[in-house]
Design a protein around this ligand. Structure first.
Ligand SMILES: O=P(O)(O)O[C@@H]1C[C@H](O)[C@@H](CO)O1
Ligand SMILES: Nc1nc2[nH]cnc2c(=O)[nH]1
Length: 298
């Protein structure tokens, strides 16, 4: 029965299921979010900064997957950030957790049906760009979708036009105005020394990269490598939400056979803690400046 349920994704993760989940949530909170936020590994503290919270454990939400990774609490938090209504995923889903790719990205469609117009995604990533340091924050300007090269794309399968078109454009995936806004706010807050921009590359994980893989990705144009975000971006853009995403460089990708460095999840979470406050300030200031109703051309 489980096998049938998990492979029949068109039925299970379709419009009606997303709508049922969105309606279930809307019936239990007065918050009508215009911004949706996804917290990366070790960055869940952002959700705690929301005021007037109404929070749901993922296990209580119909059709929602469960968080299985340390550093991803598994709560959907509604509330306000400086008066702006928001919804925040305190914990995201990854391919390596074993979920079908359509299920990992289901929350983006639920965001859309909740009324969200702008999605802000954060992630932890390894730095490939040799100018980057641990603790840098990279505004994502573009991505390399490596699982997508092999056909692993959340938009595979029947297309439901109620969400978006069959062949969505991705050359404008990352909203340029929001990138500019983040840069300006970063400068105002005095974060210029650690604010960067670059290309994020997603891999399937959960193993970290070999030295040869890091060298290859760097040559291909990636500045940072991680295991998330891109799938969510594809689905969010498909259904017409604006997207802003950033990577916290939690570790330097190992590119040299003489290096003693070894990537590990504890270091990732630790770096997240160290930058938490600044990331929270950057994101909450962005939320106060995001205009409503300007994503309907996507
Ligand atoms: O959810 P994100 O992309 O922040 O998580 C990254 C990728 C792996 O899940 C984990 C590795 O430490 O952090
Ligand atoms: N794939 C990958 N994901 C990460 N998340 C945090 N650091 C890393 C890394 O070095 N590689």
């Amino acid at each position: 029965l489980f096998l049938v349920a998990e492979t029949g994704f068109h039925r299970i993760y379709g419009y009606d299921d997303c709508k049922a989940t969105a309606d279930w949530l809307l019936a239990q909170t007065d918050v009508r979010p215009i911004v949706g936020i996804v917290c990366g590994s070790g960055m869940g503290g952002l959700a705690d900064t929301l005021k007037n919270q109404v929070a749901f454990s993922y296990e209580d939400i119909p059709h929602f997957p469960q968080s299985t990774v340390h550093g991803h609490a598994g709560r959907l938090v509604f509330g306000t950030l400086k008066g702006r209504p928001c919804v925040c995923m305190q914990g995201r889903f990854h391919l390596y957790e074993g979920y079908p790719i359509q299920k990992i990205t289901l929350p983006m469609r639920i965001f859309k049906l909740l009324g969200v117009e702008t999605v802000i995604l954060t992630n932890a990533a390894g730095g490939l760009n040799q100018d980057f340091k641990v603790g840098d924050v990279m505004i994502i300007k573009d991505h390399l979708n490596v699982p997508g090269f092999a056909g692993n794309n959340p938009l595979s399968g029947p297309n439901d036009e109620r969400f978006g078109v069959r062949f969505p454009c991705m050359s404008d995936a990352y909203d340029r105005e929001l990138q500019q806004m983040a840069m300006e706010i970063g400068q105002e807050l005095g974060y210029g020394d650690f604010l960067r921009e670059g290309v994020y590359c997603v891999l399937g994980g959960p193993s970290f990269e070999t030295i040869a893989e890091c060298r290859m990705l760097h040559r291909l144009g990636a500045d940072a490598v991680g295991m998330s975000t891109v799938h969510e971006v594809l689905v969010a853009r498909h259904c017409g939400m604006r997207v802003f995403a950033l990577s916290l460089i939690t570790n330097q990708a190992v590119m040299d056979y003489d290096s003693e460095e070894k990537a590990n999840h504890e270091e990732v979470l630790q770096t997240g803690k160290q930058r938490a406050e600044q990331l929270e300030r950057l994101v909450s200031t962005m939320v106060t400046r995001i205009e409503q109703n300007n994503n309907n051309d996507a």
